[in-house]
Design a protein around this ligand. Sequence first.
Ligand code: ADE
Length: 225
Amino acid sequence: MHIDIITVVPELLDSPFGHSIMKRAQEKGLLTVACHNLRKWAINKHMQVDDYQFGGGAGMVMMPEPLANAIDELQTDRKYDQIIYMTPDGPRFNQQRANQLSMMENLLIICGHYKGIDERIRQQYVTMEISIGDYVLSGGELAAAVVVDAVGRLIPGVLNDETSALFDSFQDNLLAPPVYTRPADFRGSKVPEILTQGDPKKVEEWRYEQSLQRTRERRPDLLDE
Ligand code: ADE
């Protein structure tokens, strides 16, 4: 999978993809991520990419020309499966959407800043909008990093144990069960016996029960879906 990201603060994306699973995905050649500074397509020598909003009101708006020129140029190299705009007023991101995006070849992600991007870019170019939650970030970069991470780890071959994503929280609309490692007795608190008795079938049943119980207690809304 290849992901292009358009941003006015590329520095914010220097680190998130350089470690751990995202790093491994790129080393294995399963994922490439390219960040593009929107100022490369600025409309003047002042590197302008934003302007006051028509109708008045506080806050700048990202201008349509730099974005359109950036997208047009990137589109000469690739046909994107989705052109995604990160925005708090989009549909909320979830595991189902991550699964769906992990099957795509080419994604373009636009990070908004200030008051957001000119509405005409949303109408003419954007094919999918994503919010990562009901709160407002200073820009779309951290949200884009969240999406790339959640999607990237689902690309087949990225995780070492191919099945492990299947047991993540949310994969079956269930939260993951509790996990334990050594020591078996930590300051008097013991690991549930069933996990140390070596009966895989019983362990599986226990985990499923724990998942159900956790989901009922913490996220009953998931069971309604
Ligand atoms: N940009 C600012 N806030 C955001 C959010 N919650 N989700 C996605 N993009 C954003």
